[in-house]
Design a protein around this ligand. Structure first.
Ligand code: ZN
Length: 455
């Protein structure tokens, strides 16, 4: 039994002082309140650790390498696409496992307790299946076990190169399955996850309306009887136009008209929605999965956050391309996008909650819902996904209440305040460092030495 004493803690009933939390041997919060025993750990501040609801782990290896222009000035995706396909000609299961371990470690050090990994790199070069169909899924599970992060594994169905059903070519072939093979792969991946720690979970993920046709969507979702369902929705203008031309409706319109979207769903990238789509998606109870740092990096557009939250919609945050792992920067970037668009301040704040409180509460609640994980709050019975932080420093100056969250998110030193992180009770970050930091970085650096990264 671990017992944490917190000078301040953000619980389901708000901020509490001098709170003790007991974590049982299974990794759940066993009790909240006085324990009558000497604490095993102390924290000036204790927060629930949100789940990172969208990641493509292998793309972490591309961070910082895709910011150049190509020969055609109209093609701003040139360097990103070139490096993506260069990597897809090289990545082995060992490489993927080492990269995923690094990025999962970085997520934990940033204060995420868990991750929903949207996993579509399934096969060997040329689209040849591994002898073990779920080899790559097993490597993601192994990286999660190594790092100690809580995992919601989302095997992705990806079949076509566009809405016109053109076949996959080049590196994309590594993603591809027909529905039958995908369902076999999915069953094997679910079994691999079930053999892992008891907090690990699985879901289902059609990649997008570009990569999966309507019949394929129905075929795989017919087998998704429980667990979360994730899909890329409406990220870029060209994607919306392609779906409109082929399916006769914009992606959000088409999805809501053809599938019973509800709280099990998490729609990634809702940057290209009309006002009526924004209201309609908010009303479903689904999570809008926002990835503000990646969406900024890729120039996707601005999510209509003020309207979506005004309509009672649920949001959560993901690191997507993993170009920069920072929980607090993700939250800040969403808020700043609204301010820049509307020429406003405190855009997402409410009468009774500051901007930082609204953002952090949303990240914790929406992340847990999207991951199908009982977490995101300090409450008896849920997984002990927790962040312990220092408060006596130049960034927080012993502040109290919501001003703490505002300072962590907007003051720039938030991540440096993190001392401890627990994922389902696993104490994986101590003194601000992941417990396997040196080994994981060494393995990642060896992997990068083996990969050709010039484009
Ligand atoms: Zn994505």
């Amino acid at each position: 039994m671990q017992i944490i004493h917190a000078k301040q803690a953000l619980t389901v009933s708000g901020w509490q002082s001098d709170l003790e939390i007991a974590i049982d041997a299974n990794g759940r919060i066993a009790a909240v309140g006085p324990q009558g025993q000497t604490p095993t750990h102390r924290a000036a501040l204790l927060l629930p650790a949100p789940l990172n609801l969208h990641s493509h782990a292998f793309q972490r290896a591309m961070s910082g390498l895709t910011e150049a222009r190509g020969p055609d000035p109209r093609d701003s995706f040139w360097s990103w696409r070139r490096l993506m396909y260069t990597f897809l000609d090289q990545l082995t299961p060992d490489h993927v496992e080492a990269i995923a371990a690094l990025v999962f470690m970085e997520m934990l050090e940033a204060g995420y307790g868990a991750v929903a990994e949207f996993h579509y790199l399934h096969h060997a070069v040329g689209g040849v299946p591994y002898d073990n169909l779920a080899e790559m899924s097993e490597r993601i599970v192994a990286a999660a076990v190594q790092s100690g992060i809580g995992l919601t594994h989302l095997p992705v169905h990806y079949q076509f190169g566009g809405c016109d059903l053109r076949p996959l070519n080049g590196g994309q072939q590594r993603f591809g399955n027909d529905p039958d093979r995908f369902l076999r792969l999915h069953a094997d991946a679910v079994a691999a996850v079930a053999a892992g720690p008891s907090d690990f979970a699985s879901g289902m993920a059609p990649h997008s309306l570009r990569a999966v046709d309507p019949a394929g969507m129905s075929a795989i979702l017919g087998q998704a009887r429980s667990g979360p369902i994730h899909m890329h929705l409406a990220e870029q203008v060209a994607e919306v136009e392609e779906v409109l031309a082929q399916l006769g409706a914009r992606p959000t319109e088409w999805l809501l008209a053809n599938h019973p979207v509800d709280e099990r769903w998490c729609l990634i990238h809702c940057t290209q929605m009309t006002n009526s789509e924004t209201g309609a998606l908010a009303a479903t109870g689904a999570v809008a999965g926002l990835c503000p740092l990646t969406e900024s990096n890729l120039g996707d557009g601005i999510f209509n956050g003020t309207a979506y939250l005004g309509e009672g919609g649920t949001i959560g945050f993901g690191s997507d391309s993993n170009v920069h792992i920072s929980l607090f920067e993700e939250l800040k970037t969403l808020e700043y996008s609204q301010r820049l668009r509307d020429l406003s301040r405190a855009a997402l704040a409410t009468q009774d909650r500051s901007t930082g409180r609204v953002l952090f509460d949303a990240a914790a609640k929406g992340g847990a819902q999207a991951g199908g994980r009982q977490s995101g709050m300090i409450e008896t019975g849920v997984w002990a996904d927790l962040i312990g932080l220092d408060n006596d420093n130049q960034w927080l100056c012993n502040r109290k209440g919501d001003a703490v969250l505002d300072s962590l998110i907007f003051g720039g030193g938030g991540q440096l305040c993190i001392r401890d992180v627990w994922s389902a009770g696993r104490h994986v970050v101590k003194e601000g460092r992941h417990f396997k930091r040196d080994d994981i970085i060494r393995s990642f650096k060896n992997t990068m030495l083996q990969l050709e990264t010039s484009i």
